[in-house]
Design a protein around this ligand. Sequence first.
Ligand SMILES: NC(=O)c1ccc[n+]([C@@H]2O[C@H](COP(=O)([O-])OP(=O)(O)OC[C@H]3O[C@@H](n4cnc5c(N)ncnc54)[C@H](OP(=O)(O)O)[C@@H]3O)[C@@H](O)[C@H]2O)c1
Length: 298
Amino acid sequence: MRFLITGNKGMLGSDLSQALVERGDEVFGVDKDVLDITDAEAVERFVGEILPDVIVNCAAYTQVDDCEANETAASKVNAWAVESLADAANRVDALLVQISTDFVFDGSATRPYEINDPVAPISAYGRSKLEGEERARIAKRHVVLRTSWLFGVRGWNFLEAIRKQVLLGRTELRVVTDQRGCPTYTPHLASAIVRLADIVRNSPELGGIYHYSDAPECTWFDFATEIVGAMKREGSAAPGTQVLPTTSADFPRPARRPAYSVLSTERYRRVTGCEPESWLDGIAEYFERLPSSSLTAK
Ligand SMILES: NC(=O)c1ccc[n+]([C@@H]2O[C@H](COP(=O)([O-])OP(=O)(O)OC[C@H]3O[C@@H](n4cnc5c(N)ncnc54)[C@H](OP(=O)(O)O)[C@@H]3O)[C@@H](O)[C@H]2O)c1
C-alpha cells in the first residue's frame, strides 16, 4: 500500500516509516520542512499528488507543558491541521489514521478507560488533541488511535531522561508513584498501526476509535525502576543506583497530568486478534538498538 506519514522525523513517525519500508510498502515520509500540515493548501496539493491509500498523522505539537501558554499554536497543529488532512483524505478516498492520547481523559477512573468513556481533558494539550479527534472524524475512512507514555530511540522521552541522569552519575532518582498508565515502545505501536490500517482499509466499517498501549500497567516509578535495572544489567549504572518514590506534588509542572490513564485495548485485541506487546521487552530492545558509544560505566 501507499502510505503518507506526517511527522516522519518524530519518535513514532520514524519507527513507523521504518516498519513500513521493511514490509515493502510505498512510503512517503514527510516532516515540517517538506509538508507543514498547518498549510491547508499545501496539504491538499501534496495529498493530491501522492494519492496515498493511507495517511498516518504522526505530526503534533507534543510539548505538553508549552501547550498551556500556547494553546492556539497547539490547536493549529493538533486540531485544525487534522481537518485539512481529513478533507484531503476524502478527496482521494484515503484512510486517515490520527494518533491521539490518554490525555483526553481526566484520570479519575479506577479501571482502564474504554473507547467510549467520557472524555474530559485537564490540559491544553489534551484539549487540542481531543479537538483533533473530532476533526479526524470528518474523514469518511478514519481511525483515531489513542496511546500513552511513548518511548523510542529517535526521540526525547522518559527512558532517555532517566538514562541521561544515570549516565551523568546520579545515584538517587526521585520518581512519582501517583500516576498510573502504560508505557508504549514506538515500534510496538507502529506494528499496531500497520495492523489496524490493513484491516480498516479493507473494512471501513471497522474504523473509529481504538486504544493501543503496551502492557502491563505501572507507575512512572515502576517504569524508572525497570530502566535502571536494565542499565545495571548492561553495566551502565552503578550497582547502588536507587529509584526513590515521590509524588506529583513535589514536581509542580505547568500542565496537569491524568493520575490514572490506563487504556483498555479490548477493541484492538478483538479486531486484530493480537495482544498488546510488553514494554519490558521494549526496554530490552531499546538498549540493544542504542549505539554502544552511548554507554558509560560508572
Ligand atoms: N510522546 C508521547 O508520550 C505520546 C503519548 C500519547 C500520544 N502521543 C501522540 O503520538 C504522536 C507522535 O508523538 P511523538 O512523541 O512521536 O512526537 P514527536 O517526536 O514530537 O514528533 C512530532 C513530529 O511532528 C512534527 N511537526 C510539528 N509540527 C508540525 C507541522 N506543523 N507540520 C508537520 N510536522 C510537524 C515535529 O517536527 P518538529 O520537531 O520540527 O516540530 C516532529 O517531527 C503525536 O500525535 C502525539 O500527540 C505521544
